[in-house]
Design a protein around this ligand. Structure first.
Ligand SMILES: Nc1nc2c(ncn2[C@@H]2O[C@H](COP(=O)(O)OP(=O)(O)O)[C@@H](O)[C@H]2O)c(=O)[nH]1
Ligand SMILES: [Mg+2]
Length: 336
């Protein structure tokens, strides 16, 4: 058992920013239940916690979020007004919310006394992870605050090797796409301990022995995938928890602080590098355009020197390199 980590005193004079924890996972894996349970647990440890709900379609939450997408967008109205199905309405509601997210960021920037900002996301994972608005919201948060993604896994459902493998591949793809630290939370360990998952992650032969009972094409694929994912597992941080019994919660603060460290040391410098790269590209584009304008000006100057005797009225006016003939208006007079 590990003691909860006490925040290290910041080396700079700037106040320590709250850590954003985004909770994603398959529908029913326990994101909302965990957000509430972790919120209460962190508060009990004296931490200041802020919560945001980004699920426009959720009908019941056991906690009252500080910011709730449902206060801004009415999912049912969106569905009827735009004649959309449930998934289209969730996406559209998220899109609407994304257009106002700068205001949310302004509020968050003022919450300098907070330790954690917990973000609950829509039930179906792809609504957030594969939508443009999900990406916009994640990027906006990650460029303003240290941000860590918590990928929730339903432990009892992962007993099926194919479900386990799908979840792992999905987690890997989310990490790859978001370029943020990602941690796994094996939830619902009050139903079944997560030891079998650790065994499968640490030793692909153990997964193979389960797969041997099934000689289908899927079993061969799952085994190959497990070998590919070994590298991913080796760097991955995880914890086994239960949102109901609060089992495993004592290791969470340590895990979250490790995520913050990873963001500070690896992801933030990477993001800064990408930002500088973008700026460089923009600058070079601007200087190319400037050179073009200069070349046009030069061409016009040379033209004037070749035909100095021409009257100003006869001389073609060049507009960004295209000569415009004067004296034609009379012919087209009737047109206007
Ligand atoms: N036994 C057990 N059930 C849980 C746990 N966490 C969540 N659940 C249940 O799983 C269901 C889905 O939870 P919910 O938080 O709504 O999932 P979400 O769709 O990911 O937000 C609910 O019935 C919860 O009570 C847990 O740790 N143990
Ligand atoms: Mg939920």
């Amino acid at each position: 058992m590990t003691d909860p980590v006490q925040p290290e005193p910041s080396s700079s004079s700037l106040p320590r920013k709250p850590l954003v924890l985004i909770f994603i996972g398959m529908a029913g894996s326990g994101k909302s239940t965990l957000v509430d349970a972790i919120r209460l647990s962190l508060k009990a440890n004296g931490k200041r916690v802020y919560t945001i709900n980004l699920d426009p379609a959720v009908t019941y939450l056991s906690y009252r979020p500080n910011i709730d997408i449902r206060d801004t967008v009415n999912y049912k109205t969106v569905m009827s007004q735009y004649t959309l199905g449930p998934n289209g309405a969730i996406l559209t509601s998220l899109n609407f919310f994304a257009t106002k997210f700068d205001q949310v960021l302004q509020i968050l920037e003022k919450k300098t006394n907070m330790d954690y900002i917990l973000i609950d996301t829509p039930g179906q994972i792809e609504m957030f992870t594969w939508s443009a608005s999900g990406q916009i919201l994640t990027d906006a948060l990650a460029s303003s605050f240290p941000t860590v993604i918590n990928y929730i896994i339903d432990t009892p459902r992962s007993q099926n090797p194919a479900t386990f493998m799908s979840n792992m591949l999905y987690a890997c793809s989310v990490m790859y796409k978001s370029k943020l630290p990602l941690q796994l939370l094996f939830n619902k360990v009050d139903i079944i301990p997560s030891q079998f998952i650790h065994d499968w992650m640490n030793d692909s032969d153990k997964l193979q022995s389960v797969l041997d009972q099934d000689d289908s094409y899927m079993s061969t694929l799952t085994h190959s995938m497990s070998l590919v994912l070994e590298e991913f597992y080796s760097t991955l941080k995880h914890a086994s928890v239960s949102a109901l019994s609060r089992e495993g919660f004592e290791q969470l603060e340590t895990l979250f602080e490790e995520g913050r460290k990873e963001y500070d040391e690896v992801f933030f410098p990477l993001m800064e590098e990408m930002k500088q790269e973008r700026q460089k590209k923009q600058d070079s584009q601007q200087s190319k355009e400037f050179e073009k304008v200069l070349a046009d000006y030069q061409a016009e100057k040379e033209q004037r020197e070749i035909e100095p005797e021409k009257e100003a009225a006869e001389r073609p006016i060049r507009f960004v390199g295209v000569p415009v003939q004067l004296g034609k208006e009379e012919e087209d007079e009737d047109v206007f």
